[in-house]
Design a protein around this ligand. Structure first.
Ligand SMILES: Cc1ncc(COP(=O)(O)O)c(C=O)c1O
Length: 439
């Protein structure tokens, strides 16, 4: 008898660093939502952090006219794009980058992975933080040093925390991640905080990885790069995914100071042996995005206006319901802290952020992500809400017709982002059953 098929399959032999890894939390929640939708449940997708807005018209047009570009491009990126990115940082932040400092990749996530691959040192991550920094470190067998932040400090890394950590082992090589406006909190650092953090980073000669992918989505358009205060040690990470609504295009950029050229060259060498170069048509189109101009400024102005109004409305409604949220200042996230409702929630069997989010999803159809996915302790009742479940193209078109000196009020938000408003109302009412105060 022929041997059973399975007997001939290769045995399961996985690298220990990836054994037990599951797809990223954001992808998992999305799949669960789709499953529930297939069961005809009404689902509010506040889990996945994707821009609701379309790619600006001129950038799409540039992609269309460059679809024919078929050659491999240089591993560090198309010259015109590298130059456009350097000019963008000079114009918007006064940073002294030239085209030589810019490295283009297929998403900033991939560039961060390669940075960790080539740099030999620890990764310092303030929590709560974006879901992928730590898994990347684990895949590569790097040490992660978590720095828990607190709501009293708006979930910010404080200069004292950084100093304490560095002083404990001053010569240890480290990459310190700063991400602002932040995923998952939507808050950002003030200029004085950035200056102080930069001072500590300089003292201990750490490499700062400043993930500024949401910089252009500062709700007031006032993003400041920490590279202004620590230019020689800061890698500024950015890309098209968030402000340009082009996550699926996969284009990220690192701007790396000349003092860290050795890192740029090592990343490029690793890139040349893995992805070779970034998609050619996308790079040509990205030149247009980084060149900016009136049409793009207008798009950004209205994107910020819609996000700012919606974020403020959501934060206000949640606060009324007894949930603590940091003031939204950028991006499209809120980090909700349900601690004040703990007693009532525990009575309902909810004693962890995972239980909180899964019960909320099953009982109400609202999908949000538990604080554990962002490095918070399991028993802490925190969660991230991404307020993006709306038609961004429609909202932008409607915002254009509102006088620019008029704030976008609740009527506008209900018309344009009805599902988000409804979802927040649902969370607030759901919590009201758990609210300690008078009903
Ligand atoms: C904080 C943060 N950094 C980086 C990324 C990755 O962006 P990219 O699409 O450039 O890989 C994301 C995407 O979700 C993010 O939220």
């Amino acid at each position: 008898m022929a041997p059973h098929r399975n007997h001939r399959n290769p045995a399961v032999n996985l690298n220990l660093n990836v054994r037990g890894m599951t797809p990223s939390a954001t992808v998992a929640i999305n799949e669960r939502c789709d499953e529930l939708r297939r069961q005809n449940r009404k689902i509010y997708k506040l889990g996945l952090g994707q821009s609701p807005f379309p790619v600006p018209g001129p950038v799409v047009e540039k992609l269309r006219t460059n679809a024919f570009q078929k050659d491999y491009l240089p591993v560090k990126g198309l010259f015109e794009l590298r130059r456009a990115v350097a000019e963008y940082y000079r114009r918007s932040q006064g940073l002294q980058f030239t085209w030589n400092n810019v490295l283009v990749g297929p998403g900033s996530k991939e560039l961060m992975f390669l940075l960790q691959l080539v740099y030999y040192g620890d990764l310092v991550i303030p929590t709560p933080s974006w879901v992928s920094y730590a898994p990347q470190a684990h895949m590569l067998g790097r040490q992660v040093q978590w720095v828990p932040t607190s709501p009293e400090h708006d979930w910010h890394l404080t200069p004292d925390q950084l100093a304490e950590l560095c002083a404990a082992d001053p010569s240890r090589p480290r990459i310190v991640v700063l991400n602002y406006p932040s995923n998952p909190t939507g808050s950002t650092y003030s200029v004085s905080q950035l200056k102080e953090l930069a001072g500590v980073a300089r003292e201990y000669r750490v490499v700062l990885l400043s993930d500024e992918i949401y910089g252009e989505l500062h709700h007031k358009g006032q993003h400041v790069s920490v590279a202004r205060f620590y230019p020689e040690g800061t890698i500024v990470s950015g890309g098209l995914s968030k402000w340009c609504g082009a996550g699926g295009w996969r284009l990220g950029v690192f701007s790396i100071p000349t003092s860290l050229t050795w890192l740029q060259d090592a990343i490029a060498a690793a890139a040349s042996e893995t992805y070779t170069s970034t998609s050619a048509p996308i790079q040509y189109a990205a030149v247009r995005a980084f060149e900016g101009g009136l049409e793009i400024e207008r798009y950004l102005w209205h994107s910020r206006r819609v996000l700012g109004a919606l974020g403020r409305w959501c934060a206000h409604r949640l606060t009324e319901a007894g949930i603590s949220v940091t003031k939204p200042q950028g991006a499209f996230y809120l980090f909700a802290d349900f601690t004040r409702l703990r007693d009532r929630l525990v009575e309902r069997g909810i004693d962890s952020s995972v239980a909180l989010c899964s019960t909320l999803l099953e009982e109400t159809g609202v999908a949000i992500l538990p604080g554990t996915d962002f490095g918070r302790p399991p028993e802490e009742l925190t969660a991230r809400l991404a307020y993006v479940d709306f038609d961004g193209a429609r909202a932008l078109a409607a915002a254009e017709h509102k006088p620019i000196d008029t704030p976008l009020g609740e009527t506008f938000l209900r018309e344009q982002a009805g599902a988000v408003i409804e979802a927040i109302d649902i969370i607030a009412n759901w919590c009201d059953q758990a609210h300690p105060g008078p009903r």
